[in-house]
Design a protein around this ligand. Structure first.
Ligand SMILES: [Zn+2]
Length: 279
């Protein structure tokens, strides 16, 4: 009988959890974060465009992978001081073939080196809560082809990240269900946006509109502003997307990744982080 009551209680908790929809700030229907990877110099323009529309974004810097980050470090400190999140994208930004030959300890040191760089050059020696973005979106270290060369999987990677940052973004697809974010805070989904103006706008609009329909959290991922080929979008294309965010402002809460993640975690009950499998 006691066990039976316990099961009913647990089922009740599960039901409550599922039925409890997160209320976004200002009665918004969805949250959107605008993120950018690597620290391309044209992302300083992205910060200005966001500010023109009253928004703040998230910029993941890699000082070794993108040496221009060091050249423009004063400008990046200004971006941080104006309210954007400036996050860790590892120091060396090792590509997959290089990463495949690294031990997890080497990767942990590289992430730590970037953290030290941010602390010294961007945060002015005052620690700042921020998130990490996996270089190349890869959250597994070592070749996965053979068990011998495999170093660590996503859980172990997140384990050492958790000593440095409070969340991490992957480059996946789709929006984030806020109920799942606390336990998956080291695998927060982002949607890469690139291509010509029409392609970029349509993909971004679809992700934003899905978020509004499903009350979820959409993170857009940008790289450089360029000619619209490769991983770039044009300046006009980027501006059109940010302008669309403004046109849907009554439905949206636009904020950096760290702010949305922390808001969710202060509003949704969750168990202590314990290396859950990625879904
Ligand atoms: Zn990158």
């Amino acid at each position: 009988m006691k066990a039976y009551k316990g099961i009913i209680f647990i089922l009740g908790l599960i039901y409550l959890n599922a039925a409890m929809a997160l209320q976004w700030p200002n009665n918004a229907k969805s949250a959107v974060s605008v993120s950018a990877d690597d620290g391309w110099p044209t992302q300083l323009d992205q910060a200005s465009i966001l500010e023109k529309y009253g928004f703040r974004g998230t910029f993941y810097l890699s000082a070794g992978g993108m040496p221009a980050v060091i050249t423009y470090k004063d400008a990046w400190r200004g971006v941080f001081q104006r309210g954007h999140e400036v996050g860790n994208h590892s120091y060396s930004h090792w590509a997959d073939p290089v990463l495949a030959g690294k031990t997890w300890q080497e990767v942990a040191i590289d992430v730590g080196n970037m953290e030290q760089w941010l602390l010294a050059n961007i945060y002015s020696l005052t620690p700042s809560d921020h998130t990490f973005a996996y270089p190349g979106g890869n959250y597994i270290i070592g070749s996965q082809d053979s068990l011998v060369s495999r170093q660590v999987g996503s859980c172990e990677y997140a384990a050492f990240l958790s000593a440095i940052v409070t969340g991490a973004r992957i480059a996946g697809s789709g929006e984030n269900d806020p109920n799942k974010v606390p336990n998956q805070r080291y695998w927060i989904n982002g949607v890469p946006i690139d291509g010509d103006d029409t392609t970029a706008f349509n993909n971004a609009k679809q992700a934003i509109d899905n978020g509004i329909k499903n009350n979820t959290w959409t993170i857009l991922i940008f790289h450089a502003l360029g000619d619209g080929s490769g991983l770039t979008v044009t300046k006009a294309g980027y501006t059109k997307i940010i302008s669309y965010l403004q046109s849907r402002q009554t439905d949206l809460w636009v904020a950096p990744v760290i702010k949305v993640k922390n808001y969710i975690m202060s509003n949704i009950p969750y168990s202590p982080w314990s290396c859950p499998p990625v879904e």
